[in-house]
Design a protein around this ligand. Structure first.
Ligand code: TYM
Length: 327
C-alpha cells in the first residue's frame, strides 16, 4: 500500500479552504492509502500564539478531522509534538537546506514583504521541519492545497540531496492537490486566497461559523457585473470561486452547474451555494459537538502517538547512523 502524510497547523480557525483543499482529500484517500494525518503544532509556534488558544485550536482541529469523516481505524492521527523525531530530523533538514532555498519560499517572502513584525527564525526554517514531517514516514504522496506545494517541492530536493550524500534513505514524495478546489479564494476579495491569518471574516467561512451567518457571507460574496454564471477565473474570479465551492461540496461537476444556470442570474445561483454551505456546516457541526463531548479526541491521540513514534523512531535511528552520530 502506498503511503500518504499530511498535516494542518492549529492556528486560527479552520476554514472551508482547509476543508476543500486538504481534509476532503484525506477522506477520499483514506481507504486506498496507508495514511498518517497530524496536527502540526510545532509549526503553530512559528508565530506568536497564546497557550490557551493553541490548546483550544488543537482540540478543535482533531474534532473537525473526526467530524469530517477521518476514521482513526484507517488513519493514524497524531500530534506532531508527541513524536520527538520530528524535531530531531527537523534540525538535520535545516542543516541540509540552503539559505537561498528558504529565502525563496513564497509564504516567508510574503510575510517579509508585508513587513510583518516579529518574524521568527522558526518561520524561516519551517519548510525544513515540514520536510522532516514528510520524510520520517517514507510518504509517497502528500495531499495539500496549492499554497503548500512549494514546500513539498523543497522536501523532494532535500530528500534527493540527503540520499546522494549518505546513500538511499528517504522516499522522494510527490505533492497532490485536488483538480478542483486546491485554492479556495476569499469571498470578499476573490483574488486572494481564503486564509486563517488574513483578517477577513466576511471573506472566510470558518467550519465552526454559525450556519446562518455563513449563509449571509455567501449571499454577500463579491462577484462582477457580467451576469453570466460561468467558470472564468481571470474575469469572474468571484463566480469561479463559488462554482468551485458548490462543485466540491455537492459533488457535481462545474460544467453541469454552469449548464443548470444557463440564462439565470447570480441571485438564484448564490442562494444555492449559500444553502449547500449552510447544510454542510449544520451536518459537520452536529457531528463535531457530539465528538467533543465523547472524550474520543484524547483516546485517538494516544493511539496515534504510539504508532507514529514506532515508525519515526526507526527512521531517525537509521538517519543517525548514516550521518555518523552513532559511534
Ligand atoms: P495550513 O495549516 O496552512 O493549511 C492546511 C491545509 O489546507 C490547505 N489550504 C487551502 N486549500 C485550498 N484553499 C485554501 N484557501 C487553502 N488554505 C489552506 C493547505 O494547502 C494545507 O494543505 N505547513 C502546513 C502544515 C504542514 C504540513 C506538513 C502539510 C506541516 N507539515 C507536512 C503537509 C505535510 C500548513 O501550514 O498548512
Amino acid at each position: 500500500m502506498k503511503k500518504m502524510i499530511s498535516g494542518i497547523k492549529p492556528t486560527g480557525k479552520l476554514h472551508l479552504g482547509n476543508y476543500i483543499g486538504a481534509i476532503q482529500q484525506f477522506i477520499k484517500f483514506q481507504d486506498e492509502y496507508s495514511m498518517m494525518i497530524f496536527i502540526a503544532n510545532l509549526h503553530a509556534i512559528t508565530i506568536k500564539i497564546d497557550k490557551k488558544e493553541l490548546k483550544e485550536s488543537t482540540k478543535q482541529l482533531i474534532g473537525l478531522y473526526l467530524a469530517s469523516g477521518l476514521d482513526p481505524e484507517k488513519v493514524t492521527l497524531f500530534l506532531q509534538s508527541d513524536v520527538p523525531a520530528h524535531t530531531q530530523l527537523g534540525w538535520i533538514m535545516t542543516c541540509n537546506s540552503h539559505i537561498g532555498e528558504l529565502n525563496r519560499m513564497t509564504q516567508y517572502k510574503d510575510k517579509v514583504a508585508k513587513k510583518e513584525e516579529n518574524i521568527t527564525g522558526g518561520l524561516f526554517t519551517y519548510p525544513s521541519l515540514m520536510a522532516a514531517d514528510i520524510l520520517l514516514y517514507d510518504a509517497d504522496y502528500v495531499p495539500v492545497g496549492i499554497d503548500q506545494k512549494q514546500h513539498v517541492e523543497l522536501t523532494r530536493d532535500l530528500a534527493e540531496r540527503f540520499n546522494n550524500q549518505y546513500g538511499e534513505t528517504f522516499v522522494v514524495p510527490q505533492p497532490i492537490s485536488p483538480k478542483v478546489g486546491a485554492k479556495i479564494m476569499s469571498l470578499s476579495e476573490p483574488t486572494k486566497k481564503m486564509s486563517k491569518s488574513y483578517k477577513d471574516s466576511k471573506g472566510t467561512i470558518d467550519l465552526l461559523d454559525e450556519p446562518n451567518a455563513a449563509y449571509k457571507k455567501v449571499m454577500s460574496a463579491v462577484t462582477d457585473s457580467v451576469g453570466i454564471v460561468r467558470f472564468d477565473i481571470e474575469n469572474q474570479p468571484g463566480i469561479a470561486n463559488l462554482l468551485t465551492i458548490l462543485s466540491t461540496l455537492k459533488g457535481e461537476s462545474i460544467e453541469n452547474i454552469v449548464k443548470r444556470y444557463d440564462g439565470k442570474g447570480y441571485a438564484e445561483f448564490k442562494k444555492e451555494v449559500a444553502e449547500v454551505v449552510k447544510q454542510f456546516l449544520i451536518t459537520l457541526q452536529a457531528k463535531y459537538f457530539s465528538i467533543m463531548e465523547s472524550g474520543k479526541v484524547e483516546t485517538v491521540l494516544e493511539q496515534g502517538k504510539t504508532i507514529a513514534n514506532q515508525i519515526a523512531y526507526k527512521k531517525i535511528a537509521k538517519v543517525y547512523k548514516k550521518i555518523g552520530f552513532t559511534i
